[in-house]
Every structure is written in C-alpha cells, then in structure tokens.
Design a protein. Structure first.
Length: 102
C-alpha cells in the first residue's frame, strides 16, 4: 500500500521532472505558427463537436427523438476520430522532422 502512496505522491509532484517542452528553432517560423494554429483550432473543433454530440444524445433520449440521439452518438465517435487523426498527424510531422535532423 505504501508503494501506491509513493506513486501517487510522485505523480502529484509532476510526472516528468525537470522537463521544459520547446519547439525546434526551424519550426518557430511563420509556417510553424500556421501549423500550430491549425492543430489548435482543429482540436478545439473536435472538442466542441463532442460536446454538441453529448447534448444531442441527452436531448434525444429525454424527448423521445431516437434519430437525434443516434446522430449525437455518431458525432461523438467522429469527434474522437478527428482528435486522434490530428494527434497522429502532428506526431508524423515531428517524426519526419527528427529524421531529417540526424
């Protein structure tokens, strides 16, 4: 039990000690800003899509509109898929960038 408490205490202190994330110098150009804004806006839209999907599910179930609830469930799934797609794409861009540096 004490090991679990030590693990929780270390996570509360910070999961990654002494790490400061930074963007490589070449990505701090206007192109990097455009890519950053695009990814941020895309993730924000994915979150808004998920929230509106949950609202449609709640309204559809409470008002006996099964079609609205079904569309809300599809919106939740597609917002998760789009968020994962943005994450995978940004990981691929960073992987290709790191390959060109070595």
């Amino acid at each position: 039990m004490s090991h679990m408490l030590e693990a929780f205490n270390s996570l509360a202190a910070g999961p990654i000690p002494d790490y400061t994330p930074t963007v490589p110098e070449t990505l701090k150009t206007p192109t990097g800003k455009v890519l950053g804004w695009t990814a941020g806006i895309g993730l924000a839209m994915a979150v808004l899509g998920g929230l509106s999907g949950w609202a449609c599910v709640a309204i559809g179930h409470n008002s006996e509109r099964g079609g609205l609830a079904a569309r809300g469930k599809q919106a939740i799934v597609w917002s998760l898929v789009s968020g994962m797609g943005i994450g995978v794409t940004s990981g691929l861009v960073m992987a290709f960038y790191n390959m060109t540096q070595g």
